[in-house]
Design a protein around this ligand. Structure first.
Ligand code: NAP
Length: 486
C-alpha cells in the first residue's frame, strides 16, 4: 500500500512531439516511472511526423533545434531535413526508454477531473485514470483548410501541406501552391524545378530572408563533436546565447532590429531585380512581424520561366483550375494548400473538464490563457507544455519545453512527498501574469501591424514577450503564493 510519503504519481502525457518527448525524459530523469504518453499519430515527432512535404527543412540550425540531453554530433545539414529530424526523435525515444510508455494511434478525446484525479478516454474507447495530466499537444496540428468557393469541385488533387500524400505525382504537372508562410515558400522552392508549371497564390507577401539553408557541416566538425560530447553540449549552449540576440530583436525596438530589417530589404533587392515584381513582393508590414520566413531559393524559384507569382485574389476554384479576381484562369492539376493551422486550439477538440464541471471551451471562450504557459485556473493537477503564450516565435521550443518540464517535475516531487493531493493555480496569479504579458507585448515586433497566426480570434498575440532569463526565472521553482494546494 502507498503511504503518503512514497506515492508514485500516475502521469498521463498527451502528445509525443518535442514537448512530450522532453517532458517524458525530464520526468523519468526525476525518478517518475508511472507514466503513459498518449499520441494520436502513428509515430512520435509531432509536427515532424505529420509534415513531410517536399523541401521540408528546419530553418533553425540543428545545433540549436535539438534536445540538450541528447545532442547529436553528426547532422548531415546545418539546417536539418525533415527525415533526419524524425529519425532523431525516434532514436531519442528509444535511447531514453520511452517506447514502453508510449501508446501510439491513441487520441485522447476526453479528460475529466473527478475527486482528485483525471479520468481520460481515448478515441478507441479505452479509459485510464491519472493523478496528473500533462498536455503537450502543440499548436500546429489542426490543418486550416481555407473557405474558397468551389474548392470541393476541383477535379484534380487537393493536398494540405500537413497531410502530404507521397503517392501524388507532382513532377511534370501544373501545380498551384496557396499560402506564403514558411511552408508555402519551402514547397514552391522544392517543387518548382520538377513541375511543368507552378503558380504561387499569395494573399499577403512575406519578407523572405536569405539563409544558407543548404549548408553542410564540415566533416571535421562531426568528428570533433562525436569525440567530445561536452564540446557538443557547449555548442548547444552557445547557440542558445546566439538565440538570445534574436529574441532581443523580436521583443525590443533597437538599432539591431533596424539592421535586421535592412538585411530583409537587401535580400529582396539582391534577389529580385525586376522592379515591378519586387514591388509586388514587398510586404506592407515590418520584417519579423509575421513568423519570419527564411530561404535562399524562393526568390529565384518564382522568377523561373515555369513559375508565376500571383497576388490577385482567388475568386473561385473550378473543376480544372483557379480563377482570380481579374478574370484570369489558371489551369492546374494539383492544388497544394499551404494555408497553415488553427494554432490556438491547443488540446481542443478534447472534451477537457476541470474542477466543478468547468469546460476548457468556456474558460477559453475569449481566447486561450494560462499561467506561465503551463497552468490553468479551474484545472487542478494539469499542466501544459508549450501552452498559451509559449515562445514559438522567439526561444527554442525544445528549450522552453525542458524548462517547463523541470518545473512540473518539482510539483510532482512535492506530490510524491505527500505534501498535497491537488494543486491548482489561482485566478489572480493567472490574471497578473497575463496583464504582464499584455504590457510586455507592446514593444514587440509582433505588435507592429500585421496579420499573423500569432493572433488569436480576439486579436491578442499568443506569444512569449520576455527573454530567456525571465523564462528561466519564472520556471525555476513554483511560487507557492500563486497556487492553492489541497
Ligand atoms: P502560415 O504561416 O499560417 O501561413 C499560411 C499561409 O496561407 C499565409 O500565407 C496565409 O495568407 C495563407 N492563407 C490562409 N488562408 C488563405 C486563404 N483563404 N486564401 C489565400 N491564402 C490563405 O502557415 P505555414 O506556412 O504552414 O507555417 C506555420 C508555421 O509552421 C510557421 O510559421 C512556422 O512556425 C512553422 N514552420 C516551420 C518551419 C521550419 O522550417 N522550422 C517550416 C514550416 C513551418 P495571409 O498571410 O494573408 O494570412
Amino acid at each position: 500500500m502507498n503511504t503518503r510519503s512514497d506515492r508514485d504519481p500516475r502521469i498521463g502525457i498527451v502528445g509525443a512531439g518535442v514537448a512530450g518527448i522532453t517532458t517524458a525524459v525530464m520526468l523519468k530523469d526525476a525518478g517518475f516511472r508511472n507514466l503513459t504518453i498518449f499520441e494520436k499519430g502513428a509515430d512520435v515527432g509531432g509536427v515532424w511526423h505529420w509534415n513531410r512535404y517536399p523541401g521540408l527543412t528546419c530553418d533553425i540550425p540543428a545545433y540549436l533545434y535539438q534536445f540538450s540531453f541528447a545532442v547529436k554530433p553528426n547532422w548531415s545539414h546545418v539546417f536539418a531535413r525533415r527525415d533526419e529530424i524524425q529519425r532523431y526523435h525516434r532514436e531519442v525515444v528509444e535511447q531514453f526508454g520511452l517506447t514502453k510508455h508510449l501508446r501510439l494511434n491513441c487520441e485522447i478525446t476526453s479528460a475529466v477531473f473527478e475527486g482528485s484525479s483525471w479520468q481520460i478516454t481515448a478515441s478507441d474507447g479505452s479509459q485510464s485514470e491519472v493523478d496528473f495530466l500533462i498536455l503537450a499537444t502543440g499548436l500546429l496540428h489542426h490543418p486550416h483548410v481555407p473557405d474558397i468557393a468551389g474548392l470541393d469541385t476541383f477535379g484534380g488533387t487537393v493536398l494540405h501541406s500537413a497531410r502530404w500524400d507521397d503517392s501524388v505525382q507532382t513532377a511534370g504537372k501544373r501545380v498551384a501552391v496557396i499560402g506564403s508562410g514558411s511552408t508555402g515558400v519551402q514547397l514552391v522552392s522544392a517543387l518548382q524545378p520538377e513541375v511543368a508549371h507552378i503558380d504561387h497564390f499569395v494573399r499577403t507577401p512575406q519578407w523572405v530572408i536569405w539563409s544558407p539553408i543548404h549548408l553542410r557541416p564540415a566533416s571535421a566538425m562531426d568528428k570533433l563533436l562525436g569525440s567530445f560530447p561536452w564540446l557538443n553540449r557547449r555548442l548547444h549552449s552557445a547557440m542558445l546565447l546566439t538565440e538570445d540576440f534574436l529574441t532581443d530583436l523580436f521583443i525590443r525596438p533597437s538599432w539591431r532590429r533596424r539592421l535586421f530589417e535592412q538585411f530583409a530589404w537587401w535580400t529582396l533587392r539582391r534577389q529580385v531585380r525586376d522592379p515591378e515584381l519586387r514591388a509586388r513582393l514587398t510586404p506592407t508590414y515590418r520584417p519579423m512581424c509575421k513568423r519570419q520566413v527564411f530561404s535562399r531559393s524562393y526568390y529565384p524559384a518564382i522568377q523561373s520561366p515555369n513559375a508565376e507569382f500571383i497576388t490577385e485574389p482567388i475568386q473561385e476554384i473550378t473543376h480544372s483550375g483557379i480563377r482570380t479576381a481579374d478574370g484570369k484562369f489558371h489551369d492546374v492539376d494539383v492544388i497544394v494548400l499551404a494555408t497553415g493551422f488553427h494554432p490556438h486550439n491547443y488540446m481542443r477538440p478534447m472534451n477537457l473538464v476541470g474542477r466543478d464541471g468547468t469546460s476548457i471551451d468556456d474558460v477559453w471562450a475569449k481566447g486561450p490563457k494560462a499561467y506561465r504557459m503551463t497552468a490553468i485556473p479551474g484545472f487542478p493537477n494539469l499542466f501544459t507544455v508549450m501552452g498559451p503564450n509559449s515562445s514559438t516565435g522567439s526561444i527554442s521550443p525544445l528549450h522552453a519545453s525542458e524548462l517547463t518540464a523541470r518545473y512540473i517535475a518539482q510539483w510532482l516531487k512535492r506530490f510524491r512527498a505527500g505534501e498535497f493531493d491537488t494543486v491548482e493555480v489561482t485566478e489572480a496569479a493567472t490574471t497578473r501574469f497575463n496583464d504582464d504579458v499584455a504590457e510586455s507585448l507592446g514593444p514587440t515586433v509582433w505588435n507592429t501591424g500585421c496579420n499573423s497566426w500569432y493572433l488569436t480570434d480576439e486579436g491578442e498575440i499568443d506569444l512569449w514577450p520576455f527573454d530567456r532569463k525571465t523564462m528561466a526565472e519564472m520556471l525555476a521553482e513554483p511560487d507557492l503564493r500563486d497556487f492553492v494546494v489541497r
